[in-house]
Every structure is written in structure tokens, then in C-alpha cells.
Design a protein around this ligand. Structure first.
Ligand SMILES: Cc1cc2nc3c(=O)[nH]c(=O)nc-3n(C[C@H](O)[C@H](O)[C@H](O)COP(=O)(O)O)c2cc1C
Length: 288
């Protein structure tokens, strides 16, 4: 059941060159390319925390060439004909695994020359549910258009990217810590772990909020946390934030794996003091 998407280009190059695109050319994706991608993703995926997700490519023929598809939680997708639809079981609801697996597919799509844009599928129409034939116990947390984007983003796309500061990322010192949240982790040149964290830093996230925070402890375990802007009385982490964390885990893991470092993921709260900072523990990584 579990299978691996192998990359033939260096993963860091793919991560560095991927950007979200929202306006697509009319050109259809080459049937062979589409067939190859469908084939690659047809088996269900199991994530690093054992959650299952499945993915399917559906076509969404625009009603007319300028149809704006109102999906996702913000932004607008124009002209895309094909979408990858991500599906999980409501009862299992392992959204970090979902994010991890979907990001692999997004990166694979980038590698084969397709443009994408993560879309939190909160307002996705029933259309996608029907097209993807989802079952009663399933739902669609996110989708992405795939295709060939316009060479230059049009005005609407540029304004949106500007509005959410799409290319900007938080400084390293605000994201990565040593032993506790009071001490920033030093970034080292030519260091594999620093590279893996840098690949997390530049990852995509909903509204570009980059909610991931990571603490390395003295045993070289890496603990992943979500940062929420508001302190919650009841800790129910929003769906998109959990997906963002899965994306961060994916970038961290794939970068290390390509550099020959293999680890395991587990959930065991290290009880690092998070009192003042709206941080919620998600998962940990340690070297195998
Ligand atoms: C879980 C998730 C949900 C997203 N939802 C939307 C969305 O609904 N609409 C949209 O236009 N972009 C969406 N995005 C794309 C982000 O805005 C984008 O990744 C971020 O601004 C960084 O820009 P970049 O992807 O070009 O690096 C989403 C991204 C993620 C990871």
C-alpha cells in the first residue's frame, strides 16, 4: 500500500523553485504527463504518523475561458482545467500526514514542470466531492490546480501575492530554537540539518503564516510545534495549520533523506515550556 515518490532532480532545487500560481494557460497538460502523475499517486498514501490519505486528479472544464473558480479560502484560480484532490477519512483526520503526503505530490508535479497552488478546500463546491467520488466517511481538506501557468502573473495574481507577501518568509531566529523557546538555534554553513530547516523555512503555508516552530534538544531530536496567533481555551488546532505542519515535516524529512539521514517520527510531548507563546506540540523527529 505505501509507496514512495522518487525524485530525479535534487529536492532542494525543487523546493527552492516552487511557487504558487493562480492563473493558468489554456493549454492542456500532455496526456502522457497526466497519465504518469495519475499512476504515481493512485495508491493510498500512509504518512509518517501513520495517517492515510488518497489523491485523485479530476478535470474541471471551465464553463468559459475566463471562469474564476472560487475555491480555497482566499485567492482565485483562473483557467486551470485539472486539479489534484486530496481526501482523508473524517474519523482518522490525520491532517499532518495529509499535508506531508500532498506536499510530496506538489513537489513531484513541480519536478515534471507543472504549476500548482495549495488551496485549503473549506469552500470547495460539492462538484469536487462528486468528481472525486468521495465516500460518506471522507472529506477533502485541500486541493491544487495543476497545469501550465501564464508566463507572467496577471494583475489579480500579482496583487494577491503582494497582499499576502507570498515571497517573504520569517527570519530563521523566529522559527528554530535550541532546547527551549528562549534560545534561537544557530544556523551553520554546510550543515545538513541547517539545510533541512532552511527548506522548512521557505515552505508554503496557508496565508503564508509559517506557523511552524522547531526546537532541537540536546539529544538532537527535533520537536515540531504550531504557533497560533491567539491563545485558545480549547486546543483545537485549525485544519490548515495542521496541514502546514505536515508540509514542514515533509521538507525536513525529504531534505535529510536525500542527504542520507533517515529518521523516525513520533508523538511524545517533550514538555518544553511554551507557557507565554501560544505554542502547541505536534510531533518529533529523531535519527534512526
Ligand atoms: C494549506 C494551504 C492552504 C492554502 N490555501 C490557499 C487558498 O485558499 N487560496 C490561495 O490563493 N492560496 C492558498 N495557499 C497558498 C499560500 O498562500 C502560499 O503557499 C503562500 O502564500 C506562500 O507562497 P508560495 O507558495 O508562492 O511560496 C495555501 C497554502 C497552503 C499550504
Amino acid at each position: 500500500m505505501h509507496f514512495d515518490l522518487k525524485f530525479s532532480k535534487p529536492i532542494e532545487e525543487i523546493i527552492e523553485s516552487r511557487i504558487s500560481r493562480r492563473t493558468y494557460k489554456k493549454d492542456s497538460i500532455d496526456a502522457k504527463v497526466l497519465g504518469k502523475l495519475s499512476d504515481l499517486i493512485k495508491e493510498p498514501f500512509v504518512g509518517p504518523l501513520d495517517g492515510k490519505s488518497r489523491f485523485i486528479i479530476v478535470d474541471k472544464e471551465p464553463l468559459n475561458s475566463d471562469e474564476k473558480i472560487r475555491i480555497g479560502t482566499y485567492g482565485m484560480i483562473i483557467g486551470a482545467k485539472n486539479f489534484i484532490v486530496g481526501i482523508i477519512d473524517k474519523n482518522e483526520n490525520k491532517l499532518e500526514d495529509f499535508g506531508y503526503n500532498f506536499e510530496k505530490i506538489i513537489l513531484k508535479s513541480s519536478e515534471i514542470g507543472l504549476d500548482t497552488c495549495w488551496l485549503g478546500a473549506k469552500f470547495t463546491g460539492r462538484d469536487f466531492e462528486k468528481k472525486a467520488n468521495i465516500l460518506g466517511n471522507e472529506y477533502i481538506p485541500a486541493i491544487s490546480p495543476i497545469g501550465y501557468a501564464l508566463d507572467n502573473p496577471d494583475a489579480r495574481e500579482s496583487i494577491l501575492s503582494w497582499g499576502i507577501k507570498a515571497r517573504k518568509r520569517k527570519a530563521w531566529s523566529r522559527l528554530f530554537f535550541s532546547n527551549n523557546f528562549g534560545t534561537s538555534l544557530e544556523k551553520l554553513d554546510n550543515d545538513t540539518y541547517s539545510r533541512a530547516l532552511e527548506m522548512v523555512r521557505i515552505a508554503p503555508s496557508a496565508r503564508n503564516e509559517q506557523p511552524w516552530r522547531i526546537v532541537r534538544d540536546s539529544n538532537d531530536n527535533y520537536h515540531f510545534y504550531i504557533h497560533l496567533r491567539l491563545k485558545r481555551k480549547e486546543v483545537r488546532i485549525p485544519t490548515l495549520k495542521r496541514i502546514d505542519l505536515g508540509i514542514a515535516m515533509c521538507h525536513f524529512d525529504l531534505t535529510l533523506q536525500e542527504r542520507g539521514i533517515h529518521g523516525k517520527w513520533f508523538v511524545d510531548d517533550p514538555k518544553i515550556n511554551t507557557e507565554k507563546s501560544n505554542l502547541y506540540y505536534i510531533s518529533s523527529w529523531s535519527r534512526k
